[in-house]
Design a protein around this ligand. Structure first.
Ligand code: G3P
Ligand code: CA
Length: 325
C-alpha cells in the first residue's frame, strides 16, 4: 500500500497522532503535534476549518467555545450566535466569523477537561495553528529526526463551508501546492467524512485521499443530496469499489473492521479490509487510545498465524496509539 512506504515494516504499524498527542497536550496545538512526533508518531492529524478570510486552521470543530478562551474576550461577545451546522443547531462562536488575525488573539483550551484533567494546565497558553504552521512543524521535525513525518488533515464540514462561500478545497490545495505536497508520493493523506469533498479534491490534485467511514449515520453530503446511502452501506463491496474511483483508502471506525462482543473482546475481522484491498484501497482504523486494543490485536497476532494477514498487513495504520487519552 502506498502509505506503507513511510514505514515498510508492517509488524510496526504506522501511528497517527490523533489531534496530536491529545492525551497530553490540548488537541490541535503545535505543542500537541510536536509531542506526538516525539512520542514516535509517523503522521500528525490536524482537523481543518476555515476562518472568515479563507485561511485553514486546526480545530476539531468550527464552533470554538469548547476549544478556545473566546468566551473570555469581551470584544467578541457579540459574535456569539446560533447556526445550523450539518442539520444540527449549534450555539457559540464560529471560526468563519473571525479573521485569522483575530483567531490568533485566542488561546486553546482543553476540550475534555474532565477526561484530560492534566491538560487544563495549558489552558489559555497555546495559540491556534494554521495548516501552514502544522506543515512547517512536520518539516522541521522530519529534518531534526531524520525521518519523514506526514500530515493527515481532515476537512471538517466541507459541504457547510461551501454553502457559506468558504469552500475548504481551494485553500487546502493552494497550501499543499505551495509546499510541493500534492503528489501521490507526498507524505500527506487528506481525509473526510463527506464524499463530495473528496471527489472534488480528486479532480484538483493527486494527493492521497481517504474516505472516512463512521459506524452509523449518513455522510452529510448524502443527506443534502438526498442520497439514501449510509456509512454502513459504504463498506459494501459495490460501494468500496465506487470509493476506489476517487480515493486511495478508507479511514474506518475500528468497529467496522474488527468488531467486539459485549464484553469488549475483539472478534474476527469483518470482510471490509479484504474487500477494500480488493479494490486497491488502503485501510486505516480510528481511533485507538490509551487502552489495550493494540495489545489485544498483538495477542491475536501472536496466537493465531491466520490473523496475521488480517491484522498486521491489513491495517496499514492505527490512529493515535496510546497518544490520545
Ligand atoms: O479521522 C478519524 C477521526 O479523526 C474522525 O473523527 O471527530 O476525531 O475528527 P474526529
Ligand atoms: Ca479528525
Amino acid at each position: 500500500a502506498a502509505v506503507a512506504s513511510q514505514r515498510q515494516d508492517h509488524d510496526e504499524p504506522l501511528v497517527i497522532g490523533h489531534r496530536g498527542a491529545s492525551g497530553y497536550r490540548p488537541e490541535h496545538t503545535l505543542e500537541s503535534y510536536r509531542l506526538a512526533i516525539r512520542l514516535g508518531a509517523d503522521f500528525i492529524e490536524p482537523d481543518l476549518v476555515s476562518t472568515k478570510d479563507g485561511k485553514l486552521v486546526a480545530r476539531h470543530e468550527n464552533e470554538i467555545s469548547g476549544t478556545t478562551n473566546v468566551a473570555d474576550h469581551p470584544e467578541f461577545a457579540a459574535r456569539k450566535t446560533t447556526k445550523t451546522i450539518d442539520g444540527i443547531a449549534v450555539t457559540g462562536w464560529f471560526t468563519e466569523d473571525f479573521t485569522l488575525a483575530e483567531l490568533k488573539t485566542l488561546r486553546a483550551k482543553e476540550r475534555l477537561p474532565q477526561v484530560r484533567v492534566a491538560n487544563t494546565a495549558f489552558d489559555g497558553q497555546l495559540p491556534i495553528p494554521t495548516l501552514q504552521e502544522v506543515i512547517d512543524l512536520a518539516r522541521a521535525e522530519s529534518k531534526r529526526l531524520g525521518r519523514t513525518i506526514g500530515i493527515y488533515p481532515e476537512t471538517k464540514h466541507p459541504t457547510y463551508f461551501q454553502s457559506i462561500g468558504l469552500a475548504l478545497e481551494e485553500p487546502l490545495v493552494r497550501v499543499l501546492r505551495a509546499n510541493d505536497l500534492t503528489r501521490k508520493s507526498s507524505p500527506v493523506i487528506v481525509q473526510s467524512f463527506e464524499t463530495a469533498n473528496l471527489r472534488k479534491l480528486a479532480r484538483m490534485t493527486d494527493v492521497r485521499l481517504a474516505q472516512l467511514i463512521d459506524a452509523a449515520g449518513r455522510p452529510y453530503d448524502f443527506v443534502v443530496a438526498g442520497d439514501p446511502r449510509t456509512y454502513q452501506d459504504l463498506v459494501s463491496p459495490a460501494n468500496l469499489r465506487w470509493i476506489s474511483g476517487y480515493a486511495d483508502g478508507i479511514g474506518a471506525n475500528k468497529n467496522l473492521l474488527v468488531p467486539r462482543d459485549a464484553t469488549g473482546k475483539l472478534l474476527a475481522p469483518t470482510a471490509v479490509i479484504r474487500d477494500a484491498h480488493r479494490y486497491g484501497l488502503i485501510v486505516h482504523a480510528w481511533t485507538f487510545r490509551a487502552e489495550n486494543q493494540f495489545l489485544a490485536v498483538d495477542h491475536r497476532i501472536g496466537t493465531d498465524p491466520n490473523a496475521r494477514g488480517d491484522i498486521t498487513s491489513e491495517y496499514e495504520l492505527f490512529f493515535s496509539l496510546g497518544l490520545d487519552g
